[in-house]
Design a protein around this ligand. Structure first.
Ligand code: UTP
Length: 292
């Protein structure tokens, strides 16, 4: 039971990051030296995916360019003997991995974006990674953790984490029945509930393994919260037909769709970076001493 296809919806407007996202995708914003979408693709590959399906929009050509070979750049790096940089450029898309791009012509929401993936995914279970949710520091990459749960139970798996009760209105929130440590069956899911109406503080974050049934259910899903076609609403129907699991992953999640989360991710990944980590730590210590 392997998940060969990973879907990356990267067609959002990214309004919280304007003007940076006016002409290019939020998912191409770099965290230290790699765009967000490259971390996401790496995570999918670590979980065994071989075909990357990007749901893009007209402003997202930079994503296509990023995953394309650049023979001119490669030959310059080779001639200059810059082998490490050449390896880093090759590492963007390892051998044997293919990319498919599908345009979402109108930004009608995450559910609509996922429905656009049907021609590439077909009748197979598949994964979804929202690249603006960067998750680091787990015992293994999160999608690989989820894949283990999928192999054990053979059904849809959604990543969740506890959030402060005051923040439930920012997430899909689930009500669950625990099966074993970290794995529960979802009994209800609500998109962006007010804290007074939230069934728990367990929030859905941007990692899903779903069965292809979701496509048919998305066809029947009308406009929901925020005037968008919500994946959450289709998952609520899926739950009535099939078991859908919530998995509390191990790792730190950074919401890189907002400015503060993005800066925090840069600090953490900067501190962990082989080349600049030590110098950055010294700088931060000195800088912190000047605060207050
Ligand atoms: P967000 O809720 O973060 O929306 O989308 P957004 O448009 O990207 O950003 P803001 O809120 O305006 O700042 C969650 C994910 O769904 C994708 C986004 O690219 C992001 O990965 N998405 C959203 C689409 O692909 N299409 C859509 O119509 C909406």
């Amino acid at each position: 039971m392997l998940i060969r296809k990973a879907v990356f919806p990267v067609a959002g407007l990214g309004t919280r990051f304007l003007p940076a996202t006016k002409a290019s995708a939020k998912e191409i914003l770099p965290v230290v030296d790699k765009p967000l979408v490259q971390y996401a693709v790496k995570e999918a590959i670590a979980a065994g995916a071989e075909e990357m399906v990007f749901i893009t929009s007209h402003t997202k050509n930079s994503i296509m360019d990023h995953f394309d070979r650049d023979y001119e750049l490669e030959s310059v790096l080779r001639e200059d003997g810059k082998e490490e940089l050449l390896a880093a450029v090759h590492d963007v898309l390892p051998e044997g991995i293919s990319c498919v791009y599908i345009r979402q012509s109108e930004q009608k929401g995450l559910g609509h974006a996922i429905r656009c993936a049907l021609p590439a995914v077909g009748d197979q279970d598949f994964s979804i990674i929202l690249a603006d949710d960067l998750i680091a520091n787990g015992f293994q990459p999160v999608m690989a953790q989820m894949h283990r749960v999928y192999q054990q139970f053979g059904t849809s798996v959604i990543a969740v984490q506890r959030v402060p009760e005051s923040e439930t209105h920012k997430y899909g929130i689930v009500q669950v029945r625990e099966i074993e440590a970290g794995v529960s069956e979802i009994e209800n899911i609500v998109e962006k509930p007010d804290p007074s109406e939230a069934p728990s503080n367990l929030a859905v974050v941007g990692r899903y393994i779903l069965t292809p049934r979701i496509f048919r259910l998305l066809d029947k899903t009308g406009v929901g919260a925020g005037g968008e076609i919500q994946l959450t609403d289709a998952i609520r129907t899926l739950m009535t037909e099939q078991t859908v699991l919530a998995y509390e992953f191990d790792g730190t999640r950074y919401d890189c769709g907002n400015k503060l989360g993005y800066l925090q991710a840069n600090v953490e990944m900067g501190l962990r970076h082989d080349e600049i980590g030590d110098d950055f730590r010294d700088y931060l210590k000195k800088f912190a001493a000047t605060l207050d």
